[in-house]
Design a protein around this ligand. Structure first.
Ligand SMILES: [Zn+2]
Length: 570
């Protein structure tokens, strides 16, 4: 969900892109699994937060439940400045003892390191309680930067949420802030608010309870408060766990999907609910298209929600943030320029597409984030194709290529919490379209997409796992194609010429990595071509053909393949 930031910040990016990246100790502490992080496996997060709207501060208590997988006596807790940790307590093997140890800790920038009294060993489980408070970072341009968003709706009611992709969930709650360790059994969010008619809190998954506490105002001088408790039972990315606070109205429906009845809940601000009811009719259409292409929605147990948000949008698992102003396109414009992007609501389609790629299949390291954004960008093409036909999908896919910049490789540096180029969107999707057309078997391609979501169900993965899976299931080794498009900025150049007299087409690949072996399968003038890869680069191949028009021939390739075409007169 960072596409536009990239379009808007071309200048900044081009200033910085030539510099060698410098990574700090803090980047490594955050982005890799050191000895204070690799010894436990998070099972659940329970996040309890009381926001104070007037001072834009929060007070919280977060509980981690985790399994010990390796001996250790120190634990890293990520919590970004300027939030303050008040107390860390731990209970080991709660079934045997209910004693909490208070752990001494030190802060080092955005982490805390706490020492245990005795070494924990494999098979132990523990509960860690972290009490904290402070004024969390406020987002300036959400969702592109992160932090708390303290807004008011048009009626003057508070409208509050959080966005923290990239920046990390530790901007507002203490967690193990790395994508490789999701809480296996889910997470809960409990928000305490002053009891007010026009205020409620919503978060991911199902609502367990709402409790209103009568504070006996006369004596305590405190206002009554209400606790809203939400939870998911499935693994979830830290950055996807998000509260929404505002004057919301909700409605729901049952969707008959591939895994049975799916509960869909819609939430919009009271003032916008009529518009929302109309626009959100696209949600079941989206589910139908994506269940067709990717298999069952991956979180039936937690339901599906779409919630109007005080920013453009984000893939918050089972609680999609929606801020596209109830218009089709991307804030009313078509990112593909093909016209097809105006037929549907970009945020409903794109952010929901992430339920399969990002939320179901999550990359361990954000360097591999093309798996989230490339496939989700491609989900827009697949949605278009599902409702408007294959040619429409091709036109959408061709159109989004204009957003590719080839500034730096799609895959970033590992272990330092660094994403690769924003080309992970359009170029990632274009590469997938290339591979699909090379496979030239749409039902097999769809089986692969469904298979990815089944075989990596609720898992964290590396790009290598995804690449190998596609090669294995398609029966063709695409490793050179992946290397070319994901790890270099060279666009393969397809040189071709035609001998009128002999009626012979000659072609060769240039600007490729050694062994680049992409097959071009396409139709031109009613003839189907299979331009097989060359074993050595450069090499020429000959094909006999009649009625050759170089421009139209090139167009037939360009229509479905992201390659550079170079026609040379014979
Ligand atoms: Zn996205």
């Amino acid at each position: 969900m960072k596409q536009l930031a990239l379009l808007f910040s071309l200048v900044l990016m081009s200033l910085s892109m030539n510099a060698q990246p410098i990574f700090t100790k803090a980047d490594t502490l955050r982005g890799s699994l050191n000895e204070n992080r690799d010894w436990f496996d998070i099972q659940t997060y329970s996040i309890n937060v009381t926001p104070d709207i007037a001072t834009k501060s929060i007070q919280g208590n977060v509980i981690w439940n985790a399994k010990v997988i390796k001996k250790s006596n120190a634990i890293q807790i990520d919590l970004q400045q300027p939030l303050i940790i008040d107390q860390i307590t731990m209970m080991v093997n709660p079934k045997n003892s209910l004693d909490f140890d208070t752990l001494p800790f030190t802060r080092d920038g955005n982490i805390a390191l706490a020492k245990m009294k005795k070494k924990l060993s494999m098979g132990d489980v523990f509960e860690l309680h972290i009490k904290y408070h402070g004024v969390p970072r406020e987002a300036i341009r959400p969702p592109w930067d992160g932090g708390w968003i303290w807004k008011k709706d048009a009626n003057g009611n508070p409208w509050i949420s959080v966005a923290c992709q990239g920046l990390g969930a530790s901007v507002w709650y203490p967690c193990k802030d790395v994508q490789s360790d999701e809480p296996d059994s889910g997470a809960s969010v409990s928000i305490k608010l002053p009891t007010q008619k026009n205020l409620k809190a919503i978060a991911n998954g199902n609502q367990a309870w709402i409790i209103t506490t009568d504070s006996d105002n006369a004596t305590t001088k405190k206002a009554d408060s209400t606790d809203y408790f939400w939870y998911v039972t499935n693994p979830i990315n830290n950055y996807n766990i998000i509260p929404y606070i505002g004057d919301y109205v909700g409605w729901n429906e049952k969707y008959k999907g591939l895994k049975g009845n799916l509960e869909i809940n819609y939430y919009a601000l009271r003032q916008d609910s009529a518009k929302a009811r109309k626009q959100f009719k696209q949600v079941p259409e989206m589910l139908k298209a994506f269940e067709h292409w990717f298999g069952p929605y991956p979180f039936y147990e937690d339901g599906f929600k779409i919630i109007q948000s005080p920013h453009l949008g984000m893939e918050h698992q089972s609680a999609i943030a929606y801020g596209n102003k109830f218009m089709n396109g991307y804030l009313g414009s078509d990112l593909s320029g093909s016209g097809w992007g105006m037929k549907w609501d970009f945020i409903i389609v794109h952010e929901s597409g992430h339920e399969w790629f990002a939320n179901n299949i999550t990359t361990k390291d954000i360097a591999d984030m093309w798996v989230h954004e490339g496939f989700t960008n491609y989900s827009e093409t697949l949605f278009t194709e599902f409702y408007y036909g294959k040619e429409a999908g091709n036109e959408y896919s061709l159109g989004i290529r204009k957003n590719i910049r080839n500034d730096r490789p799609i895959i970033g540096h590992y272990g330092v919490n660094e994403e690769g180029s924003g080309d992970m969107y359009a170029k990632g999707a274009s590469m997938i379209h290339n591979i699909r057309n090379s496979i030239h078997n749409d039902s097999l391609f769809r089986t692969i997409l469904i298979g990815l979501n089944k075989d990596f169900y609720h898992q964290t993965v590396t790009t290598a796992q995804i690449e190998n899976y596609i090669s294995k299931k398609s029966g063709y080794d695409f490793s050179k194609v992946f290397d070319q498009y994901l790890r270099t900025i060279q666009i393969p150049e397809f040189f071709y010429s035609y001998d009128e007299k002999e009626k012979i087409l000659t072609y060769q690949w240039k600007n490729c990595i050694a062994g680049f072996d992409q097959t071009l399968h396409f139709t031109y003038e009613g003839n189907t071509f299979d331009l097989l890869p060359t074993a050595f680069i450069p090499q020429k191949r000959l094909i006999k053909m009649n009625n050759f028009n170089p421009e139209k021939f090139g167009e037939a390739i360009k229509r479905i393949y992201y390659v550079e075409l170079k026609y040379e007169k014979y």
